[in-house]
Ligand binder design. Structure first.
Ligand SMILES: [Zn+2]
Length: 413
């Protein structure tokens, strides 16, 4: 058979693409002016988001096991209540770190140190199954008080951590028709490094709090429930998230008291974590320095763990957020990646769909030093510009848009 002429083929392609799909399927096009989820997303505001981050930074680096951390938990709870998310509760657990093993003295001669540095530079294996590429910057946790040049912050962060009881707070938007099912939305409120933990993870905690504010508005209802949780002890090994799973996994979907239509632990439909949401200035240059500006290609990185039991369903959840970003986020796009790691969604990843949102991929990018403020004294509110804050706001728009769809959000007239 003769191939049809290119002109005719092109014309018929236009005809096919030009046919509105709703005419074929019988569906009506979306009424974007009256999309309730678009209205909810519009209730997120840059200045409110910045204000919530600023509020969190008044407690310095909020290191776990200190008064400044406990004061931050109290403040977060008061904020949630003020938003109308009044059913706050706390997870209580003990944190007793294992004694540091006595380490054998390390060789200190410069030849051995140079050899170790060279070996590290050759190793391209990043965490979570990722592979390191290109230039790398320094990473690590600052533990030196004198590295913080601001005496006010040095004093605010002076109290060291002590083992003992810990608490973390959550509140819940209760669903109207499916109160027995919920999505969990998290960020970690603890930090370290002698700064203000503004980005890690004031930026993610503020997303959770801003979403709690929007969903708790009296005119908003959702069919399914949503739990807003501010994890503690993330920086010590996800201890707060692990405590939650240990204490509450078995309670899922149980009505209590019987016949009350109350579900203290609705069945988990998914866990969406937010951790370091603002700084995407690109790869370090060859000399280790970074662009002072947010890169124009900045994006929200949505990650799932391909090497987990719930990989398939987690990936599906990730793409739901990706689609919501396309539809609702105002400035920055989203990317999906398979190497979620080192975050509070990890304890959930073999149980339910679990994803995390970040400014960069945790393994390949953060792990290669793309954020020079990570765990450093410079992780303070004043470090970040509106372009940085706006990336966090776009992540909030992304999660809010997806959650609105997944939980059946509507606005009462
Ligand atoms: Zn973090």
């Amino acid at each position: 058979m003769r191939a049809s002429s290119p002109i005719i083929a092109a014309c018929s392609l236009v005809a096919v693409l030009g046919t509105p799909t709703f005419a074929q399927s019988g569906a009506t096009p979306a009424d974007t002016a009256n999309d309730p989820i678009r209205v909810l997303v519009s209730r997120l505001e840059l200045e409110k988001y910045k204000g919530t981050i600023k509020g969190l930074t008044q407690f310095g680096d909020r290191r776990q096991g200190t008064k400044r951390n406990r004061d931050a938990v109290d403040w977060i709870e008061a904020q949630l209540k003020s938003y109308g998310c009044t059913n706050t509760e706390r997870i209580k657990y003990e944190y007793t770190p294992a004694q540091q093993a006595q380490r054998a003295p390390q060789p200190q001669d410069s030849a051995a140190m140079a050899a170790r540095r060279a070996a590290a530079a050759r190793n391209t294996q990043g965490s979570g199954g990722s592979r390191l590429r290109g230039n790398r910057g320094r990473t690590g946790v600052n533990t030196d008080s004198l590295a913080q040049r601001d005496p006010r912050l040095r004093a605010l962060n002076a109290e060291p951590t002590t083992p003992g009881p810990r608490e973390e707070v959550y509140c819940t938007k209760v669903g109207t028709t499916r109160p027995d099912e919920m999505y969990i939305v998290g960020g970690h409120m603890d930090g370290h490094g002698w700064g203000e933990a503004a980005n890690d993870d004031g930026s993610g905690s503020a997303i959770v709090m801003e979403l709690a504010r929007v969903f708790s508005s009296p005119d908003v209802q959702t069919e399914r429930s949503i739990r807003f949780i501010l994890w503690n002890n993330e920086e010590t090994g996800l201890n707060g998230a692990r405590a939650y799973v240990e204490q509450r996994q078995a309670l899922q979907g149980k009505e209590s008291p019987a016949g009350s239509k109350k579900y203290p632990e609705p069945k988990w439909l998914g866990m969406i974590q937010h951790d370091m949401m603002m700084f995407d200035h690109g790869m370090p240059r060859a000399d280790g320095t970074l662009s002072p500006e947010q890169r124009p290609e900045a994006d929200v990185n949505i990650e799932f763990q391909s090497n987990s039991k719930m990989s398939e369903a987690s990936q599906k959840l990730a793409w739901a957020l990706h689609a919501a970003n396309d539809k609702y986020a105002t400035d920055y796009p989203a990317q999906v990646g398979p190497h979620m790691t080192n975050t509070d969604s990890a304890p959930f990843q073999d149980i339910v769909p679990a994803i995390s949102l970040r400014e960069n991929e945790r393994g390949r990018e953060i792990g290669a030093g793309w954020d020079p403020h990570w765990h450093q004294p410079t992780d303070v509110y004043a470090t970040f510009s509106d372009k940085d804050f706006r990336l966090g706001l776009n992540a909030a728009q992304t999660t809010l848009g997806a959650l609105g769809q997944l939980t059946g959000a509507t606005i009462k007239k």
